[in-house]
Ligand binder design. Structure first.
Ligand code: 13P
Length: 331
């Protein structure tokens, strides 16, 4: 068995750059056990430890995935599982030229008295968990804060920004690049201006707290949403989405941040890729832009697979086609 963890830990900025440049992006395959099980069941596939493992092995071992994918975000369950050939997922990822990452937050709970706004948890014992993940090959981590346009306030943005900042500084202490993800959900019928306002609040609260915590901005990757109308509202042109997204990010994200990797948020693959391509064409950008899509890359593969080993190759082709489409948007 080949285990090829780097012999010396690369600098954080170097890893962050590797994650976000060279026309590649990040594959988000870190759904919790609950979410992954629901997605399997929705496709008529039994949900258990083995099917979740088989599905993640299918994704990671797709032919030439590393041409378009620089990193893969794994869930804790997958991080400790083994491929059929006996390697752990992080070992196999390193062997394939893909950086393994780990989702480390433990989910959300309501902030009391705030009308449904959520706070993301998982800081207790995080230092020890990060030390263990680093030892087992994690190059980066992810923590996701979740905001709804209806309930976001400056306070909920700062509270989540504070948790993200504490997570980020702990990651950096352990030589792990933190993906900081303040996601403003695009479910709903709100307009573009509402999304822009909420995203601005979320990012302003985040960068205020990252600054207070002395997080090294050269060694993080930001994972925001595109600024779009709600999925239930009339859509905006991709050029309008790109311009609104650039305006908000330009006002809130310091130039020191090396790379921004967008989530897809439930937008269809082609829409998410067009938003990214238009944003990538914005010449005044100080940061690299790329993708860290989940559903926009994997939904077709999951449907094609359907839990049947005979469909693995076709499912892998569907995944790689979507990853190539996303990579093309940034090259
Ligand atoms: P989607 O691209 O499916 O929104 O997921 C990305 C992600 O990792 C959300 O945390």
């Amino acid at each position: 068995m080949t285990t090829t963890f780097p012999s010396s830990v690369p600098a954080l900025a170097e890893t962050a750059e590797q994650m976000t440049c060279e026309g590649r992006g990040i594959l988000a395959a870190d759904e919790s056990i609950k979410t992954m099980s629901a997605r399997l069941k929705a496709e008529g596939i039994p949900a258990n430890e083995i099917t979740r493992r088989d599905y993640r092995e299918l994704l990671l071992t797709a032919n030439r995935l590393s041409d378009s994918v620089s990193g893969i975000i794994l869930a804790d369950e997958t991080f400790g599982q083994h491929l059929n050939d006996g390697r752990t997922f992080p070992e196999a990822a390193h062997d394939l030229g893909i950086l393994p990452g780990i989702k480390v937050d433990t989910g959300t709970t309501p902030l009391p008295g705030l009308g449904g706004a959520l706070i993301t948890e998982g800081l207790d014992g995080l230092g020890a968990r990060l030390a263990s993940y680093a030892e087992r090959g994690a190059a980066f981590a992810k923590w996701r804060a979740v905001f709804d346009v209806q309930t976001i306030t400056a306070y909920s943005a700062r509270a989540n920004g504070h948790a993200l900042a504490r997570y980020a500084s702990l990651c950096q202490q352990h030589g792990i690049v933190p993906i900081v993800e303040p996601e403003v959900l695009c479910n709903g019928v709100h307009d573009l201006a509402t999304s822009a306002h909420a995203t601005r609040l979320a990012l302003a609260g985040l960068f205020e707290e990252l600054d207070q915590a002395s997080v090294d901005l050269n060694g993080i990757v930001l994972k925001p949403n595109f600024v779009t109308p709600g999925l239930g509202a009339p859509p905006a042109a991709a050029s309008t989405v790109a311009a609104a997204t650039f305006e908000v990010l330009g006002d809130t994200v310091p130039r020191a941040v090396p790379g921004i990797a967008f989530l897809s948020g439930g937008h269809p693959t082609s829409d998410a890729c067009t938003f990214l391509a238009d944003l990538n064409a914005t010449t005044k950008r100080p940061w690299q832009v790329t993708f860290s899509f989940g559903r926009a890359l994997v939904s077709d593969a999951l449907r094609t697979w359907g839990g049947d080993a005979a469909n693995v190759a076709a499912a892998q082709e569907a995944l790689v086609a979507n990853c190539r489409q996303a990579a093309k948007a940034i090259s």
